[in-house]
Design a protein around this ligand. Structure first.
Ligand code: PMV
Length: 309
């Protein structure tokens, strides 16, 4: 069994366009949030001692015994076992700038970073993604894989269920403000809500999902030619349509409104909705104003720049 590598890193994520419609076969665009999670490993004096995992910013301080019932502990053991990595004898400490359970892909970032501790920073990316998904299944049942893919790749990805992931070539850097609403949400509940609406009103909901899919394709073209103004318009439209699917909320609508008023080119909920986060496309000269206008929950809004590649 090979030792762990000293450091493993992974990105967090936001869904730029295509949440919910991606469940029904339409495309989604997701962006990797740089510096999502960094894990560092060092050997314990006792090689047979259970692995210790501490991520203080998430209040995580676990001992990974084989019979652990803690979902994070179980997920981490799944990842290490999948990688044929050690399951005893190491202490792993983590740092993150992502709030957990806010739809920013913190669990995928953790499992990708852990897979990289086991497989190395140059480890095969598909293997890293597969190992991450073994852990993600503990958290999310049957995840689509979008979080693990973007956590491992960074940049912006084009994702269609069951098809190979494509890396999007950005025409220019993508400046975002990420606004945690402070409102907890359940992805499963939000997905179930859309499913029920689609079953009750298929003739209305299917065309809405089609428009969200087409809007995502337009969004990709905007990203490729660096057209932030049109992309912002598409984000506003996506937010309105997601509201039509009943996955927005008064708090999320208000945050989008405040971001636009402070100078954002566009703003929308990201991920499952009902709570979680809003993203605002905000050029650097307005980013500070957008962040100040959008302070909501305990976690402060933050800026990220997704670099072209
Ligand atoms: O749970 P979140 O916020 O990372 O996003 C879920 C995205 C959905 O499209 C709503 C569900 C899915 O499985 O793609």
């Amino acid at each position: 069994m090979l030792p762990l590598h000293p450091e493993g890193r992974a990105c967090g994520k936001v869904i730029l366009l295509g949440e919910h419609s991606v469940v029904y076969g339409r495309p989604a665009l997701a962006a990797g949030l740089p510096d999502g999670v960094t894990l560092r490993a060092r050997p314990l004096e006792e090689p047979m001692g259970p692995i210790e995992l501490a991520v203080p910013c998430w209040d995580l301080d676990l001992v990974l015994r084989p019979d652990t019932e803690h979902p994070v502990g179980r997920a981490c053991l799944e990842v290490l076992t999948h990688c044929d990595g050690p399951v005893t004898g190491w202490r792993i400490e983590g740092e993150s700038c992502l709030p957990s359970r806010a739809g920013l892909g913190s669990s995928a970032a953790l499992t990708v970073a852990l897979a990289r501790l086991a497989l190395g920073p140059e480890g095969n990316r598909d293997e890293v993604v597969q190992a991450s998904m073994a852990g993600e299944r503990v958290f999310h049942g049957e995840p689509s894989g979008i979080d693990s893919e973007v956590a491992a790749r960074g940049g912006v990805i084009w994702f269609v269920r069951g098809e190979p992931v494509e890396q999007v070539r950005l025409g220019r850097a993508l400046p975002l403000v990420v606004v945690p609403s402070g409102v907890p949400r359940s992805t499963a509940d939000q997905v179930a809500k859309v499913r029920r609406k689609r079953e009750r009103l298929p003739a209305l909901v299917e065309p809405l999902l089609d428009v969200l899919g087409r809007l995502t394709a337009e969004g990709r073209a905007c990203l490729e030619r660096g057209d932030l103004d049109t992309l912002g318009e598409l984000m506003d439209l996506a937010h309105a349509l997601l509201g039509g699917l009943d996955v927005s909320s008064a708090v999320l609508d208000e945050l989008c409104h405040r971001a636009r008023h402070a100078g954002a080119v566009g703003a929308k909920l990201t991920g499952a909705g009902g709570g979680g986060c809003v993203i605002a496309l905000s050029r650097p000269e307005v980013a500070q104003a957008v962040r100040s206008a959008c302070q909501a929950g305990p976690d402060a809004p933050f800026s990220v720049e997704i670099e072209p590649r």
